[in-house]
Design a protein around this ligand. Structure first.
Ligand SMILES: Cc1cc2nc3c(=O)[nH]c(=O)nc-3n(C[C@H](O)[C@H](O)[C@H](O)COP(=O)(O)OP(=O)(O)OC[C@H]3O[C@@H](n4cnc5c(N)ncnc54)[C@H](O)[C@@H]3O)c2cc1C
Length: 410
């Protein structure tokens, strides 16, 4: 290797989680090297980011640019489109029920990535090295990463390097992985009727079929199906596919025209045994992978970053010290475990022919549909972990402030 460079923080991975982490750590006054090639601009997915994530991105100066090409999400509806014996009623969650204008915004990934990239390039204090980290030497005492013939000596490595996470492997963190016999077909479509800011998730026997509003009379679709069905849908002409989607949506948006550019994402789940070790802290999909249900993935990733920055701030001299990583692990574990388990259980209950699983799902959704206080609790918890309890107990429940690491009442 040719030389050594020292930095407080090395962020490995320039996907959305890595770019947000680099901006957040630099904003908190740490020196940052970001390593990784720019993310793929041809990503056709959209990401529903909830208001708490957007509030954090607003602090990083990104909100106005992000929402310019995004659509607000005023309501989310769940429709049981299975033909099972036990079915649940339709439930609609309205942001106005809990005093919010919108749950969040649906942002095309290409736009999200280009906004993040522009902010990084404008940020004088972040050194972005557009190459892969080729190896690590890690211990509790320090971290070295090989990057293009140079060694980066960092106090903390932020592993934002995705589901296969080489940094997580190098830190010796065991990961429980589970492949699903499901793939997500992703596309955008135009429709004749207004969507009214409502996202509709149809539950089917192969997984959710989720329409999410885009600006104008357009929406994005994430359609979870068996891999062989995804191949069939990919091969279909636009006309028949548009008609099939319209039929699935029970024509609620009128005539549909799919736009060019379909993509398929194979689905899997993964859960590491811990979220930090040997100077490496996991964020984003390095820390949690689960099927795209309820727009949880990147929102959870943003909370990883908020908590990691708060932990690092409280241990400013040595943000990757073993005690700081233990605190990060303890702070993230309840949120990550709760979200991952809820999404995986809901997914399982859709796929399973096991009657009790269907009964529990349908009874749960039925309760949400019929009982407004429970629906309010669920919506608040969905936006901000702990917010449902804080609403009930009138601010007497404390949580660690994500910005400062101190305990606060909300
Ligand atoms: C169909 C679908 C729809 C979704 N919709 C939503 C939604 O609406 N809302 C939501 O919150 N979430 C959603 N998600 C989840 C969300 O997309 C992910 O949580 C998010 O993309 C993960 O970002 P990441 O940066 O952690 O990982 P990635 O995007 O995988 O980025 C990892 C990066 O690390 C880089 N890398 C790998 N190895 C190295 C190395 N050795 N050195 C340097 N860099 C390296 C890679 O090149 C890559 O750029 C959805 C997911 C899917 C599949």
């Amino acid at each position: 290797m040719n030389g050594t460079k020292s930095s407080d923080i090395l962020v490995a991975g320039a996907g959305p989680a890595g770019m947000i982490a680099a901006l957040a750590f630099a904003g908190a006054g740490f020196s940052v090297v970001l390593a990784g090639p720019p993310a793929q601009p041809e990503d056709r997915r959209t990401t529903a980011l909830m208001m708490p994530s957007l509030t954090f991105l607003k602090e990083l100066g990104l909100f106005d640019a992000l929402v310019r090409e995004a659509a607000p999400l005023g309501a989310m509806r769940i429709v049981d489109a299975t033909s099972r014996l036990v079915r649940s009623p339709t439930v609609t969650f309205r942001a106005s029920e809990i005093g919010e204008e919108a749950f969040g915004y649906n942002i095309p990934n290409a736009h999200l990535l280009s906004c993040l990239e522009a902010a990084l390039r404008e940020h004088g204090a972040i050194e972005w090295r557009e190459e892969l980290v080729s190896g690590y030497r890690l211990s509790d005492a320090g971290a070295e990463a090989a990057l293009g013939g140079e060694t980066i000596d960092a106090k903390l490595v932020v592993a934002a390097d995705g589901r296969a996470s080489p940094a997580r492997e190098a830190a010796g963190i065991r990961t429980h992985r589970h492949g699903h016999v499901q793939s997500a077909l992703v596309l955008n479509f135009a429709h004749a009727r207004e969507h009214g800011g409502i996202s509709t998730e149809f539950h089917t026997e192969t997984g959710p079929f989720t329409q999410v509003p885009l600006p104008g009379r357009r929406s994005s679709l994430v359609w979870v199906v068996r891999p062989e069905t995804a191949s069939r849908l990919m091969a279909m002409d636009d006309g028949p596919l548009s008609r099939e989607i319209e039929e699935r949506m029970q024509s609620m948006l009128g005539k549909i025209e799919v736009e060019p550019g379909r993509q398929v994402y194979p689905l899997s789940s993964a859960m590491p045994s811990r979220f930090g070790a040997r100077r490496v802290a996991l964020v984003g999909e390095a820390a949690h992978v689960f099927p795209p249900i309820g727009a949880q993935g990147l929102n959870l990733g943003v909370r990883d970053i908020q908590d990691l920055v708060a932990t690092a701030r409280a241990s400013r001299d040595d943000p990757g010290a073993p005690a700081a990583l233990l605190r990060y692990d303890a702070r993230r574990r309840p949120d990550i475990m709760a979200r991952s388990s809820a999404v995986n259980m809901l997914n399982y209950s859709l796929l399973s022919d096991f009657l009790p699983a269907q009964f529990i799902r349908s009874a749960g959704i039925g309760l949400l549909a019929g009982f407004a206080p429970l629906r309010g609790f669920f919506m608040r918890e969905g936006l901000r972990p702990g917010a449902g309890w804080r609403h009930i107990f009138g601010g007497r429940v404390t949580e660690p402030s994500r910005a400062s690491g101190e305990e606060v009442r909300r």
